[in-house]
Design a binder for this molecule. Structure first.
Ligand code: WQD
Length: 326
C-alpha cells in the first residue's frame, strides 16, 4: 500500500515508518521536524517537510494519491497540556481535523490514529479495557478523545475508516539500531533514567513512594515501540480488509513500578543511578495496566518485545550509540 506517515520522523513515527517499509509498503514521511529528527528518516522513504497546520501543504501531499495516512504528529506532554491548552487544541485537534479533511478531499480512505490511554483518566478498575469510562484527567487526553469522537462521525458521514490505537506507555528502541535519534528534553521515566545512567543528570527524582502499589512507586504498562509499530501495520490491514473502523488498547498487560525500572537499569547499565524520592506529581494515578484482549482478538497482536529487560536494554543501547557512551 502507499502510505503517508504524518509525524514519521518522531520517536514512535520513525518506528512505524520502519515497520511499514519492512512489510513492503511504500512510505512517505510528512513531518515539520519540530520534534521529529532528520536522522530518523530512512533512505527508502520519501520525505515532505510540512506542518499539519498548513492545510494547502497537507492537501498537496495527499493529492499524490495514498491508500492510507498514519497520524502521529501530536504534542504529547500531558503536564504541558494543562498550562498551554491552546497549543494542544490547535495542533492536536485543529491539525487533525485538517488531516481528516485532506484525506476526504483527496480520496484517502483509511487513517491510523495515535490515541492514548490518557483518554481513560483515573482508572475505575484494572486492567483497563476499551469499555472503561473515558474521563480524561488532562487536556492532552481530552484532545485524543475528542478526535476519536470526530473520527466516528467522519466514518459515518464520509466513509473514512480509522483505527484509533490507545497506546499505554511507549518505550524501548528498534533492536537493530536503525532509528538513530534520541528524544530531546525527555520527561518520561525511562529516558530520564537513561540520562541519569549516562551521567547526563545527577539523579532520578522518583515522584512518590507511598502509592498503594507493590513497592510504593507508580506502576505503568510499558509497551515496546516496535510492538506498537507492528500493531499499526496489522490494524491498517484489518480496517481496509473488513471495511470497519476499530478502537483498541495497545499495552503489554504487565505493570512495572518505577523502582523495578530503576533496578533493571542499574543491572543492565552498571551505573548506580542515584534516586531521590520527591512529592507525587499531580495527576499521576497509582497504577495503569491495559487489557489488550481486543487487540489479540481483532488483530492477532500481542506485545512480544515488551519485557522489562528488552525495554531497558534497547533504550540503553540506543543512548550508548547516540551519545557515544562506551
Ligand atoms: C511513568 C511513571 C511517574 C518521571 C505519560 C503521559 C501519557 C502518555 C505516556 C502519551 C509515573 C514516574 C516519571 C520521573 C518518576 N503519553 N516518574 N520520575 O505519566 O505514565 O504517561 O506518557 O500518550 O499521556 O502522561 O509516563 O514516563 O512520565 O511516568 O518517578 O522523572 O514514572 O510518576 O509513575 P506517564 P511517565
Amino acid at each position: 500500500m502507499k502510505i503517508l506517515v504524518i509525524g514519521g520522523a518522531g520517536y514512535i513515527g520513525s518506528h512505524v515508518a520502519r515497520e511499514f517499509l519492512d512489510s513492503g509498503d511504500s512510505v512517505t514521511v510528512f513531518d515539520d521536524l519540530s520534534s521529529g529528527m532528520r536522522e530518523n528518516l530512512f533512505p527508502e522513504a520519501h520525505f515532505i517537510e510540512g506542518s499539519i497546520m498548513d492545510y494547502a501543504a497537507l492537501k498537496a501531499a495527499l493529492s499524490a494519491g495514498y491508500d492510507a495516512a498514519v497520524h502521529l504528529a501530536a504534542f504529547k506532554a500531558a503536564g504541558e497540556s494543562m498550562v498551554a491548552p491552546g497549543k494542544y487544541a490547535t495542533n492536536n485537534i485543529a491539525g487533525t481535523v485538517n488531516i481528516l479533511n485532506a484525506c476526504v478531499e483527496t480520496g484517502c480512505k483509511a487513517l491510523v490514529f495515535s490515541s492514548s490511554a490518557a483518554v481513560y483518566g483515573e482508572p475505575r478498575y484494572l486492567p483497563i479495557d476499551e469499555k472503561h469510562p473515558t474521563e480524561p484527567e488532562n487536556f492532552y487526553g481530552f484532545t485524543k478523545l475528542e478526535i476519536e469522537r470526530v473520527l466516528s462521525w467522519y466514518d459515518r458521514l464520509t466513509g473514512l475508516r480509522y483505527a484509533a490505537l490507545r497506546y499505554f506507555n511507549a518505550a524501548g528502541y528498534d533492536e537493530a539500531g536503525r532509528v538513530k535519534g534520541v528524544e530531546r528534553n525527555p520527561a518520561n521515566l525511562i529516558p530520564v533514567v537513561m540520562e541519569a545512567a549516562a551521567g547526563m543528570r545527577g539523579e532520578l527524582q522518583v515522584f512518590g513512594d507511598d502509592y498503594e502499589t507493590k513497592d510504593g512507586t507508580g506502576v505503568r504498562d510499558y509497551v515496546h515501540v516496535s510492538d506498537l509499530a507492528k500493531a499499526h501495520v496489522a490494524s491498517l490491514r484489518r480496517i481496509v480488509g473488513t471495511g470497519e473502523s476499530l478502537t483498541v488498547n495497545l499495552g503489554s498487560e504487565e505493570g512495572l513500578s518505577v523502582m523495578e525500572i530503576v533496578e533493571a537499569a542499574r543491572r543492565l547499565t552498571g551505573s548506580p543511578i542515584p534516586v531521590k524520592v520527591v512529592a507525587r506529581r499531580p495527576g499521576d494515578p497509582a497504577k495503569l495496566v491495559a487489557s489488550s484482549a481486543l487487540a489479540r482478538e481483532t488483530l492477532g497482536w500481542k506485545a512480544e518485545r515488551s519485557g522489562l529487560d528488552s525495554i531497558v536494554r534497547t533504550t540503553w543501547e540506543q543512548y550508548r550509540r547516540a551519545r557515544g557512551i562506551s
